[in-house]
Design a protein around this ligand. Structure first.
Ligand code: GLU
Length: 549
């Protein structure tokens, strides 16, 4: 037996399976031509960053537009960072925005699919099969260097342009089988390192789906493949997993670009075809004229839970993600205002190379537009869903009489130009508050040109005239008819021409009525509001205003 075969047995005595066995266990997927297999590979930190949702959506859409597969793999090799319940939290966040895996980890400790286990911590046996195979081919070796020795190497490299465990510095490369045996016998901990076949003079090339052609020096580092506890590093696990899980497109954060020479080399030495890469730039935020990454520490909107708690519908978040992700999405949306997002031909090539900018104002506008296109029942259902969890008192009010609530939400909605004033369901309580005595807040603060006495005079006259049987035209005519006897003009243009001739115009008269009935200067269609409130409530509010002003 050659030395490397002996070494392989020495290091991995229990590993009997071969890479071929793994290839058989995880065969090529039988998918239609062009179908892409993508994945999201979160570390279970328990915090779902908007960037994770963004990258997850990009991966998900990439699979969906090609009738491919999107799966979730949990990268839990760093046991120190493990957080109880974290997977549930992260999957819940993804699912809330429609990023649902076809395969992989679909719940805390629940997996689906033939390419598992999808928790890396349960794949040790698989990694070791490939680790052993690399040792047999003299492409990997054990390293016994202690932390102090590695520090010494680093110190000696101060003037080297390439630092790290490589070339002459990779001293464990040169250990003989006997020396290794001695170390093992002495129980010294070891890591498994790649024997990098890289050449400093050579370049590696790849064509990133987002960033385009990339050229970097080949990897020469003898990177660690297995840590001293036998757990793989990200690099090694990535190559083995994405190969065996038959990922066709690795969509991930662009912080991994610099590691691509390592990854491409690993795919090569392992005899795997490298997947295509799509490196997504981080979401940015503008602050004082400077751009920085959207930050978990500084920006509440960096947490996916923020959108859930505020009651932004998933359609809005998705719409904004698509706006940020694909440069042609907004034009597509203009041409197809009511088309489902799923009909959009999502394309990795339309992603921006540098980080897209998160703009809260824009996001809210997008959301207002999305909600304006929903029907009242949808808005009602969503609002109930949100309120049931986050505002129980309001839930009790809004669900008390569904028909009444739906009618409220339908005001100015079912029209060619619906109002765009609600961005999140948490805003609805305030938006509809004057329809519910329990939360209605009186406000008789009149416009500057109207004194309380003037307002009272208008309201007294109106209360006499008010007729709940009016249709909209009659209702408005009645308000107009009040104007002249009280010294106002029904004609706004006339008022503008000759403001000194009048106390005000019909707009002022309506505002006084609106304030008395709703406590607001601006509302949707006042006629519709008054019809819904009904005769008794209108009379009560008008009288109330008259006596309390
Ligand atoms: N666990 C890695 C991370 O969270 C995944 C990177 C990848 O998608 O390959 O950054």
């Amino acid at each position: 037996m050659s030395d490397v075969l002996k070494l392989a047995e020495l290091l991995f005595p229990d590993v009997t399976l071969l890479p071929e066995d793994m290839e058989k266990r995880y065969p090529e997927r039988q998918l239609k031509e062009g179908a892409r297999v993508t994945r999201l590979a979160p570390s279970p930190t328990g915090f779902l960053h908007f960037g994770n949702l963004f990258t997850g959506t990009v991966a998900y859409r990439t699979a969906k537009v090609t009738d491919g597969i999107f799966f979730v793999r949990v990268e839990d090799t760093d046991q120190k960072r493990k957080v109880e319940g974290a997977v549930e939290v992260m999957l819940g966040g993804l699912e809330a925005f429609g990023v649902v895996a076809d395969e992989g980890v679909v719940g805390e400790d629940i997996e689906k699919g033939d390419y598992g286990p999808y928790y890396q911590s349960q794949r040790k046996e698989i990694y070791h099969v490939f680790a052993k195979s690399l040792v047999k081919q003299d492409l990997a070796y054990p390293c016994f260097c202690s932390a102090e020795e590695l520090d010494e190497i680093r110190a000696a490299q101060e003037n080297e342009s390439v630092k790290g465990y490589w070339g002459e510095y990779a001293k464990c490369r040169k250990l003989t089988l006997e020396e290794i045996e001695e170390n093992l016998k002495a129980g010294r901990p070891w890591t498994l390192r790649l024997k990098s076949p890289g050449d400093l003079e050579k370049k590696c090339f790849f064509d990133d789906m987002i960033k385009g052609k990339i050229e970097m020096p080949e990897n020469v580092q003898d990177v660690v493949l297995l840590k001293s506890d036998g757990i793989p590093t990200y690099h090694f696990a990535h190559a083995v997993d994405d190969h065996l899980m038959r990922t066709t497109h690795v969509v991930r954060g662009d912080e991994w670009i610099s590691s691509c020479p390592i990854h491409l080399q690993l795919f090569r030495v392992l005899g795997f075809k490298a997947p295509k890469f799509a490196h997504v730039a981080p979401i940015m935020k503008e602050e004082d004229g400077n751009k920085r990454k959207l930050s978990k520490r500084k920006d509440p909107e960096a947490a996916v839970t923020y959108y859930i708690e505020k009651g932004y519908p998933k359609e809005s978040v998705n719409e904004y993600i698509l706006t940020l992700a694909n440069s042609n999405f907004e034009d597509w949306r203009k041409a197809n205002p009511r088309e489902s997002q799923d009909a959009f031909p999502f394309n990795l090539k339309k992603m921006s190379i540098s980080g897209a900018l998160f703009d809260m104002v824009k996001f809210n506008d997008v959301s207002k537009n999305v909600i304006s296109l929903m029907n009242a029942k949808q808005v009602y259902d969503y609002t109930c869903q949100w309120a049931e969890q986050y505002d129980k008192d309001f839930y009790a009010l809004i669900s008390r009489d569904e028909e009444y609530s739906v009618n409220i939400l339908n005001i100015d909605r079912d029209t060619p130009k619906p109002r765009k004033d609600i961005a999140a369901f948490s805003e609805i309580k305030d938006y509809v508050s004057y329809f519910f005595d329990e939360i209605y807040e009186k406000n008789y603060e009149m416009p500057e040109n109207i004194t309380n006495d003037m307002a009272k005079e208008i309201l007294e006259a109106y209360l006499k005239e008010y007729n709940p049987a009016d249709d909209k035209q009659q209702w408005f005519d009645r308000i107009k008819a009040l104007c002249e006897p009280l010294g106002y003009t029904p004609n706004v243009k006339e008022y503008k021409k000759n403001p000194d001739a009048f106390k005000g115009h019909v707009g002022d008269v309506s505002t006084v009525i609106r304030l008395a009935v709703t406590g607001r200067k601006n509302t949707p269609d006042l006629y519709a509001i008054m019809s819904l409130l009904g005769e008794d409530k209108i009379k009560e509010r008008l009288s109330d205003a008259i006596s309390n002003m």
